[in-house]
Design a protein around this ligand. Structure first.
Ligand code: HEM
Length: 412
């Protein structure tokens, strides 16, 4: 089973699409934050950079080095001593924005934060959460399927991931609602907005109330444990709890939401894929992994070099900001034959969507279970198809979102 979902807004015309006037400019000087860079154009820009200048300099944002081939991106991710995360992975950002833990730290701080944050996402804990996740998946899908139509973004892809992270971590329902409100404009504000009305103070205020609750009225939830878990041999300070909670809230929510959106989109534009998975549910994990590869929800991360280093035959100086284009690596034809096609027969899918090395995503087990259960549940209902084309767009130049996914379920 192979297929590629059409680009959003595809006209299905037999004529070749006109060449985008920004392709050459963005290939010569890649800038993830360029207002003309759409997710569809990014695929073309990635392809051009990968084949002509796989490790290249761009003058954007004071100078950045762009890395696009699979093996180079993976090499950099594996070498955290040379490619440091401690200057921030999200770039550019407003002064005063704290670094998210453990994402934006190097060892030993990264190890200490990760050790404290990992327990709710261990394989064993995710197994324990399984039934609760299934229940949440069903309660979100049933009303839409019963009605026969709905918006799978607003009613499923947005609310479900945060509910599931909430279950794992122990965010209150109030906090989940508030995180959803705050994350709706985080990426827009984070790079530029450092004032008291900016992105961070509202998050800090919310986390203060969650920390207070966990200290004063501890329960069975992980948050109640986290506020007492020693960090470096002493109780964690509030500012340390803040940067851990923001990573749970944002890393766990936005990424899963956008992956789920693309998985549902792929199914909606390709109803025969729903039939295939219905006939052979054993292919569900392959569909999840292929969505993670083909529709990489986090297009890039950044690092700063701690020394001069040779990568892909090119010398990168010490102190350089390096943009690792995971989206380009995941479509590298040297590793993924027929890279722009959605295929269920790739075997072990070596995509870099969850990262690689010491920062490998700690929510990967939970996210995979959640996506697989969404597929299993949807396959119990009639086939659904799109009723209007969605628009795909970037947030903060790296997160790829869909605005809506209005679908109609077939009658039985
Ligand atoms: C499809 C869903 C997800 C994707 C695509 C994703 C992607 C990633 C990536 C690319 C990294 C590495 C970043 C880097 O190396 O700079 C990462 C790390 C991380 N992810 Fe996820 N993530 C997902 C779901 C989750 C969930 C559900 C959680 C749970 C809260 C989570 C929490 C984290 C944390 C805390 C880290 C930092 C790990 C470290 O630095 O040691 N992620 N994720």
């Amino acid at each position: 089973m192979t297929s590629t979902a059409p680009a959003s807004g595809d006209t299905n015309s037999a004529d070749p699409p006109p060449r985008c006037p920004h392709l050459a400019r963005l290939t010569a000087g890649f800038d993830a934050h360029d207002p003309h860079l759409s997710p569809d154009l990014a695929i073309e820009v990635h392809r051009a950079i990968r084949s002509t200048a796989p490790v290249t300099y761009s003058p954007a944002h004071g100078g950045t080095w762009i890395v696009s081939r699979y093996h180079d991106v993976k090499t950099a991710l594996a070498d955290h001593e040379t490619f440091s995360s401690a200057h921030g992975v999200f770039f550019p950002r407003a002064a005063g924005t704290p670094r998210f833990a453990p994402l934006e730290y190097d060892p030993p701080e990264q190890v200490a934060f990760r050790t404290a944050m990992k327990p709710p996402f261990s394989l064993a804990r995710v197994r324990e959460l399984h039934d609760a996740v299934v229940q949440q998946v069903r309660s979100h899908i049933h009303p839409i399927a019963a009605r026969g139509h709905g918006d799978l973004i607003a009613e499923l892809a947005v609310p479900l991931p945060l509910t599931v992270v909430g279950l794992a971590v122990g965010f209150t329902e109030h906090a989940q609602r508030r995180i959803r409100e705050l994350t709706s404009n985080t990426w827009d504000r984070m790079p530029k907005d450092d004032g008291p009305g900016g992105f961070w103070p509202a998050f800090a205020q919310l986390f203060d109330s969650e920390i207070r609750r966990a200290r004063q009225q501890p329960g069975e939830d992980y948050l109640s444990t986290l506020v007492r878990t020693p960090l470096d041999g002493r109780p964690p300070r509030d500012d340390e709890l803040h940067v851990m909670l923001v990573a749970y809230a944002i890393a766990g929510h936005e990424t899963s939401m956008n992956t789920l959106a693309h998985l549902l989109w792929q199914l909606a534009v390709q109803p025969e894929l729903q039939e295939t998975l219905h006939e052979d549910p054993g292919l569900v994990p392959a569909a999840v992994e292929e969505t993670l590869r083909l529709w990489t929800p986090v297009d890039h991360g950044t690092r700063v070099t701690t020394r001069a280093v040779r990568l892909g035959g090119t010398e990168i100086p010490a102190g350089a900001r390096v943009v690792l284009l995971t989206g380009a690596a995941n479509r590298d034809p040297q590793v993924f034959p027929d890279p722009d096609t959605f295929r269920l027969d790739r075997g072990v899918n070596r995509h870099l969507t969850f990262g690689h090395g010491i920062h490998f995503c700690m929510g990967a087990h939970l996210a995979r279970v959640e996506f697989a259960e969404v597929l299993h549940e949807l396959l119990r209902h009639p086939v659904f198809t799109l009723t209007a084309a969605p628009t795909r767009y970037f947030e903060n130049g790296r997160h790829i979102c869909l605005d809506r996914l209005t679908v109609q379920f077939a009658r039985r």
